[in-house]
Write a protein that binds this ligand. Structure first.
Ligand code: SAH
Length: 251
């Protein structure tokens, strides 16, 4: 008998960002798999097993969840934000691609969530209102040289750029190097948004310019959006500035 595997996005923080579909899948799961801090966001339920693992063990976690579902169980793997954005959905697909034939018979459903870039953009205004892209600054799964080439191409093409994984204790210099690279393409006045812990009680939004952007403002819980040359900041008396990218662009 084949079970069912749901790969679920929890959104960026508070339960108010969890979609009704995600809540339904979580409620119906016999076993939950995920990075410990994500599982900790969910209330314990009688009869529901929890398998917490470290953030770096994505393929092992995906394989364990697939194995469990292939035995007939209803299993859920949880991710922060959206599971398809630098998260577990691709890890589960990689495991299915390379794993035993039985895993291909597991009914699988990816349940979308609000990704950090959209939560951050919404909190700032509409910086992703025109063409944009997303780049992870983590060089754990790709060489730094490739990150630099993508930054060059994105900035030169006029995209606003969402930067995931901008910094961690093990990766302290990458964001500074990325800003230096982007400064060679974009005006010093280009708006840069730091969204930290967006959607959580300790959310902190900071809007600066590329010329003065301090990489020390970012940590593992921060999403950075670097505007395009068209992105604008509207200062408002007594209110946070509004950052937006106009819907139209010329040449
Ligand atoms: N699947 C997640 C992203 C995982 S990569 C999603 O869709 O959001 C982890 C990175 O996401 C972090 O380093 C940070 O850049 C970003 N991130 C996740 N949650 C965040 C939040 N609440 N506020 C700001 N950035 C967040």
């Amino acid at each position: 008998m084949s079970g069912r595997l749901a790969v679920i996005g929890l959104g960026p923080g508070d339960a108010r960002f969890l979609t009704p579909e995600a809540a339904e899948e979580i409620a119906g799961a016999e076993a939950l798999y995920g990075y410990a801090p994500y599982l900790a966001r969910l209330p314990e339920r009688a009869g529901q097993a929890r398998h917490a693992s470290d953030n770096r063990e994505e393929i092992a976690r995906a394989s364990a969840a697939l194995d469990h579902a292939a035995k007939g169980a209803r299993v859920a793997v949880v991710s922060g934000g959206d599971p398809g954005v630098f998260a577990m959905a691709a890890a589960v697909c990689e495991a299915v691609d390379k794993g035993p034939a039985a895993w291909r018979s597991v009914e699988m459903r990816v349940v979308p969530g609000i990704t950090a870039m959209l939560a951050t953009a919404a909190a700032a205004g509409a910086p992703l209102g025109h063409d944009f892209c997303a780049i992870s600054l983590s060089d754990n799964l790709k060489p730094w040289d490739l990150v630099e080439r993508r930054l060059d191409a994105a900035a030169a093409a006029g995209f606003a750029i969402a930067l995931y994984n901008p910094a961690s204790k093990a990766r302290p210099w990458q964001l500074g190097a990325a800003f230096d690279r982007l400064r060679t393409h974009l005006p010093a006045t280009t708006p840069v948004i730091f969204g930290r812990a967006v959607g959580r009680a300790d959310e902190r939004m900071t809007v600066v310019t590329l010329g003065t952007a301090d990489p020390a403002l970012a940590d593992m819980a921060t999403l950075v959006i670097v505007g395009s040359a068209e992105t604008r900041v509207i200062e408002r008396p007594g209110l946070a500035p509004l950052v937006y990218s106009p819907r139209s662009a010329s040449a």
